[in-house]
Ligand binder design. Structure first.
Ligand code: PSU
Ligand code: MN
Length: 302
């Protein structure tokens, strides 16, 4: 697989320094401009301050890039033509020389090929509501079953059916760890009512479980569920009604397939006057902070 590495990432990988993978769909299709650009730049700054190399992943002109410069981040954040590229579209994106943002599933695939072990995102995709009428399960679920990477997320949004999402993670054999919790977090809120996760309290524990899985010949991901910090939570009642509205709007407008998640994210953000965006930013930074610690811990136990 041909990958263009930035000098910073190439140097870090060659010298065994910690690297943290970051996705680009959250930038291109998950947040509005210019907040998305500021987020991408601040996320990278946060990593560098802790001596971890930030590997933001995207496809530019059909070439897979690991590590982006300022101009490339700006284009991802601001240009309308950026495609959303999941794992099944990597070959199409390369053939057609697309400029594309990578989702959790494609970012995982590329990160693993690049020799990166840890990836921080916001929320994962999963089983959409109304599964019994129309099957919509994110490729993220399958990637988490098949790609050995540590993925840090704040759970998943209740634009999804969280009970079914958690069940499917179990069926496919993804290791799920709760960071200081035994409850699967619901992105904007810490609680979801779905408990029973293995709780961990230290990054080193996560690194060891991941490596023990790997040494046991298991190729599934280790998904770390990291709840949003308390002070940034949105009240469940408020967010539930906005999510309900967004899901109904999508249904009425017949929005399906890969357009659905970006549509729901945009509607929720505009309906909450940016409150959901602030929560999204807070939890994404929180996941990057934990990802930084885990990427250092992994280096220590290898
Ligand atoms: N959930 C979020 N924010 C996001 C996404 C999901 O709360 O930005 C993005 C991620 O890139 C994820 C993708 O991999 O949406 C899932 O899309 P789909 O539901 O079409 O599989
Ligand atoms: Mn889908």
């Amino acid at each position: 697989m041909k990958i263009k590495y930035s000098r910073e990432i190439k140097d870090a990988l060659e010298n065994g320094k910690p690297v943290l993978a970051l996705e680009s769909t959250i930038i291109a299709h998950g947040m509005p401009y210019p907040e998305n650009l500021n987020f991408a730049l601040d996320a990278e700054k946060l990593c560098r301050k802790s001596e971890v190399a930030p590997a933001t992943i995207a496809i530019i002109g059909g070439i897979i890039h690991v590590g982006l410069n300022h101009q490339q981040l700006k284009a991802l954040a601001s240009e309308q033509s950026i495609k959303k590229v999941s794992r099944r579209e990597i070959g199409i994106a390369i053939s057609n020389k697309w400029d594309g943002a990578t989702t959790v599933s494609s970012t995982m695939h590329i990160a693993q090929k690049a020799g990166i072990f840890v990836f921080s995102t916001g929320g994962i995709g999963g089983v959409h509501r109304g599964y019994s009428d129309a099957i919509d399960v994110s490729q993220d679920i399958y990637a988490l079953a098949e790609i050995p990477l540590i993925v840090v997320s704040a759970g998943a949004k209740s634009i999804l059916d969280l009970v079914k999402t958690v069940e499917m993670l179990e069926s496919f054999g993804t290791t799920v760890l709760g960071y200081n919790t035994d409850e699967f977090p619901a992105f904007y809120t810490r609680a979801s009512g779905i408990s029973g996760l293995q709780s961990v309290t230290k990054p080193i524990e996560i690194a060891k479980i991941y490596i023990n899985n790997y040494n046991a010949g298991l190729l599934n991901a280790t998904l770390v569920a990291n709840p949003i910090p308390k002070q940034h939570e949105i009240s469940k009642k408020k967010i539930d009604s906005v999510i309900e509205l967004a899901c109904n709007l999508a249904k009425n407008k017949k929005i399906t397939g890969k357009e659905l998640t970006p549509f729901l994210l945009k509607t929720i953000s505009s309906e909450t006057d940016g409150e959901s965006l602030r929560a999204n930013l807070a939890l994404a930074f929180n996941n990057i902070k934990l990802g930084i610690k885990i990427s250092k811990a992994v280096k220590g136990v290898f």
